[in-house]
Design a binder for this molecule. Structure first.
Ligand code: DGL
Length: 232
């Protein structure tokens, strides 16, 4: 069984790709909406939350944990790997590499304040940005919560403000660096028409499949069951 979690509905976008690619596998999804937003919490709060989720998944027999959340990946995954060396972790980070590889010259990265402020995001920019490329890192405070609570007024207001600030910069790619943000694609496209929106969900699914093959994790006895939980 593969355990997948996020602070709420965002990780369902990742789960969709996982089940499409591996329909024969069993998945358990935990949407931790009681603790949403992760992106405005301290590292110690995030570590306490994610450690407890991973412990539950481990007790349920998960061998692979998918952190379907950029915030938890960028702030906690390194430490979780150390704490649980017997588990395989696959996380998701803002698709900065994808934007740089496709020669985008001015990339807007939308993510939670905690993701934007993380060492991991700094590393991604350092590793992949070439001198002729510009990357604008935008902490989107409140956006994940607004999406979680389907507060369309706030969603539009936050995106409108971002547009106001970046509309004259010639943005040619937008990285959706939070798994909730694909749920606001329509609103983002309204303000940034014809700008490609990049998200990493499909890449995460392919990485999980690679890890399964590499570690010979059998699917014997699995029936393609998908359980979705909002409490553990
Ligand atoms: N969906 C998560 C992410 O990818 C967390 C959003 C939040 O709870 O702040 O960052």
């Amino acid at each position: 069984m593969i355990g997948v979690f996020d602070s709420g509905i965002g990780g369902l976008n990742v789960l969709k790709e996982l089940t499409k690619l591996m329909p024969e596998r069993d998945f358990i999804y935990f949407g931790d909406s009681n603790n949403c937003p992760y992106g405005e919490k301290s590292d110690s709060e995030l570590m306490a939350i994610t450690t407890s989720i991973v412990m539950h998944f481990k007790e349920m027999g998960c061998k692979i944990i998918v952190i379907a959340c950029n915030t938890a990946t960028t702030r906690c995954m390194k430490k979780l790997r150390k704490q649980f060396p017997d588990l395989i972790f696959v996380g998701t980070v803002p698709a900065i590499k994808v934007a740089c590889d496709r020669e985008s010259k001015k990339t807007l990265v939308m993510a939670t304040p905690a993701t934007i402020d993380s060492e991991r995001t700094e590393e991604l920019v350092r590793d992949y940005k070439r001198p002729d490329q510009e990357i604008f890192l935008v902490p989107c405070e409140g956006l994940a919560s607004a999406i979680e609570h389907k507060n369309y007024y706030d969603i539009r207001k936050i995106i409108k403000n971002i547009h106001e600030e970046y509309k004259d910069k010639g943005i040619d790619a937008i990285v959706l660096g939070c798994t909730h943000y694909p749920n606001a694609k329509k609103q983002i496209e309204e303000f940034f028409p014809n700008v490609p929106l990049l998200d990493g969900s499909n890449g995460v699914a392919r990485e999980v499949k690679r890890q399964i093959c590499k570690n010979h994790i059998s699917s014997v006895g699995q029936t393609g069951e998908v359980k979705i939980l909002d409490t553990l």
